[in-house]
Design a protein around this ligand. Sequence first.
Ligand code: GH3
Ligand code: MG
Ligand code: MG
Ligand code: MG
Length: 324
Amino acid sequence: MRAITSLEIGMEAPERSAIADKGVGGRILLVDDRQSSYERLAPILAAEHTVDVEVNPAEALFHAADGNYDLLIVSLSLENYDGLRLCSQARSLERTRQLPILAISDADNNARLLRGLEIGVNDYLLRPVDKNELLARARTQIRKRRYTDHLRDNVQNSIEMAITDALTGLHNRRYMESHLSTLAEQASSRGKPLALMILDIDFFKSINDTYGHDAGDDVLREFAVRIRKSIRGIDLACRYGGEEFVIVMPETDLTVAGMVAERLRRSIAGETFAVNKGTKRIDVTISIGLATLDREGEPVADVLKRADTALYRAKHDGRNRVVS
Ligand code: GH3
Ligand code: MG
Ligand code: MG
Ligand code: MG
């Protein structure tokens, strides 16, 4: 692959960065095996964008797939290769499916152009290519691409926010409830155990009352950090309510879950929590109620209920303990 850089086409670096600042400058892969053609087109594009020229169409897809490009420009009149086939392959490949394609076609080849549009080519230009038209169409495709990316990021963020507890970064109750029954069904159908624990901070109200609400928040955040450290990737931890957390552990029986719970309980009681910007360290303890899925097809609500009853007993028996 031959990269046409600003130096090669004699353009000063500040000029390029001024254009990049406007946010339109993108990365373009130009697939063209006719020297007379790409030697004219690439410098035009390079005035606003970073351009790589690929003269070997068979290689082009490979580069398009991992080159992080914003736009693929394909000459349909390649000498030894079908430019349309390249476009169609790009559309069927996961990594290039969303990559905009601008086709360049000979003026006398309308049928091929129509086929290209059917395949999913986003826009086209006819030869002889007009400089300003090329730049305008490239710009439009790159802008659209940026906008779509932006929308996708926003959707992604909204989904994250809907399933995440803002204070601790753990999953929220809604997320856990929507996944718990699936986890239980999977465990049942595979004949694997499933353990569930409810963790509740002891006398949390008095932490708030004594050190302030912000200190309470510090404790919740630090508790979430310690929970994360003590679970496996397949475990599901969530903030279930105020100072109550739930951990679901697939493929874990009561004995192992009891050990995990006890280790966590001890680590909380054994190391003080920093609050109020680290100016104070306070003692925190937790109580844990533990239950497992007992029989195939048992409703998860029943398991949760038993874990909650166990938690109640842990509180009643003096707190800072695990009960199953
Ligand atoms: P127990 O040992 O029986 O669990 O007593 P507790 O004081 O921990 O339980 P209680 O349910 O009486 O109090 C829970 C408190 O948690 C009450 C509520 O104000 C506080 N709380 C709930 N959510 C938050 C929060 O996001 N931040 C802070 N700082 N406090 C919270
Ligand atoms: Mg309570
Ligand atoms: Mg509590
Ligand atoms: Mg509580």
